[in-house]
Design a protein around this ligand. Structure first.
Ligand code: NAD
Ligand code: ZN
Length: 324
């Protein structure tokens, strides 16, 4: 405990996320040696600071991947990732959830109460990937009933976009990836069409499927220039591009083509402002994110879990759960 607003959580379930692999590879700046990774978690409150009002020891909680005070100007606009006193992604600038205990700064605003006995594998998907898909992909992309949408990237984040897009009843969901097994899974999760990059020309196929019009919303969920470029080429006049992927390199923006088509582009960091809505949707049975879980490991076996997740395509891994 460092501050009166801190909550200490005993972790029961956490995960490995692609961002952890980026940190290990050295792709993420400002991560210091010895940092405890992990930013998705469910657990039980062990201790609370003197200023904490919403939680007490013994409460079961969902951990948000980003901590926020809830009171500053940015937090009042629900831009929690830009909190003036936090906005820390756990496992990045502060220690994270791949541990027995985690310290959550501003616990009142950075944790969510959940019913004891709820499906923790489903809940832990709400720490990061589900709000990312919903906020930065589906809502920022303005998905509407009847829309034709394309999601480029069928990883855990692309799959979360696929599941949450269905809240808005799009008419057609085209999933684009290079991995045929992920595309097969996407069909099970509600994709109406799939395109395998490498085997097919994604742009030509989308234009063929849409009578040359393109898609109403193109969502980028990979983070490389080639997939952003697909989005620029398949979006229809008046359509939206929602960029979710984290780009390590600059992308080429074809303003000359996008301008003449009246295209809107959105992008940003997940703020987990939709977590309360996702919790309600989960309890109503309209969302089943536990479907994304392919592997489970004990915390003591986490190095093995990293090996499996690091070879996700070969191991057919989507989400890997670590049980305390
Ligand atoms: P992932 O690496 O597990 O999945 C990416 C998918 O893209 C894979 O299925 C892969 O086969 C596919 N792919 C790779 N190159 C491709 C290509 N050229 N054409 C078509 N498909 C290709 O990643 P993830 O965990 O699902 O995350 C997706 C992106 O979202 C990452 O860039 C991640 O950093 C980002 N992300 C953003 C936020 C945010 O706040 N905006 C939050 C979490 C994750
Ligand atoms: Zn704040």
């Amino acid at each position: 405990m460092q501050k009166p607003t801190d909550v200490i959580v005993k972790i029961t379930r956490t995960t490995i996320c692609g961002t952890d692999l980026h940190i290990l590879k050295g792709d993420v700046p400002a991560v210091t040696e010895g940092r405890t990774l992990g930013h998705e978690g469910v657990g039980v409150v062990e201790a609370v600071g003197s200023a904490v009002e919403n939680f007490k020891p013994g409460d079961t909680v969902l951990v948000s991947c980003v901590t926020s005070c809830g009171k500053c100007a940015n937090c009042k606009r629900q831009l929690y990732a830009h909190c003036a006193d936090g906005g820390w992604i756990l496992g990045h600038l502060i220690d994270g959830t791949q541990a027995e205990y985690v310290r959550i700064p501003h616990g009142d605003n950075s944790l969510y109460p959940v019913p004891a006995g709820a499906d923790e594998e489903a809940l832990v998907m709400l720490s990061d990937i589900m709000p990312t898909g919903l906020e930065i992909g589906v809502q920022a992309g303005g998905v509407k009933p009847g829309d034709t949408i394309a999601i480029v990237g069928a990883g855990p984040v692309g799959m979360s976009i696929l599941l949450t897009a269905q809240f808005y009843s799009p008419g057609r969901i085209i999933m684009i990836d290079m991995d045929p097994s992920r595309l097969a899974l996407a069909r099970q999760f509600g994709a109406t069409d799939t395109i395998q990059v490498g085997a097919e020309d994604a742009v030509a196929r989308v234009l063929e499927m849409t009578g040359s019009l393109g898609v109403d919303v193109a969502i980028e969920a990979v983070g490389v220039p080639a997939t952003f470029d697909i989005c620029q080429k398949i979006v229809s006049a008046g359509g939206n591009i929602a960029n979710v992927g984290v780009h390590g390199k600059p992308v080429e923006l074809h303003i000359e083509e996008l301008w003449i088509k009246n295209i809107n582009i959105s992008m940003g960091l997940v703020c987990t402002s939709t977590t309360p809505m996702l919790l309600k949707t989960l309890s109503s049975g309209k969302l089943d994110p536990a479907r994304l879980v392919t592997h489970r490991f004990a915390m003591d076996d986490i190095l093995h879990a990293y090996e499996v997740f690091g070879n996700a395509a070969r191991e057919k891994a989507i989400k890997v759960i670590i049980n305390a």
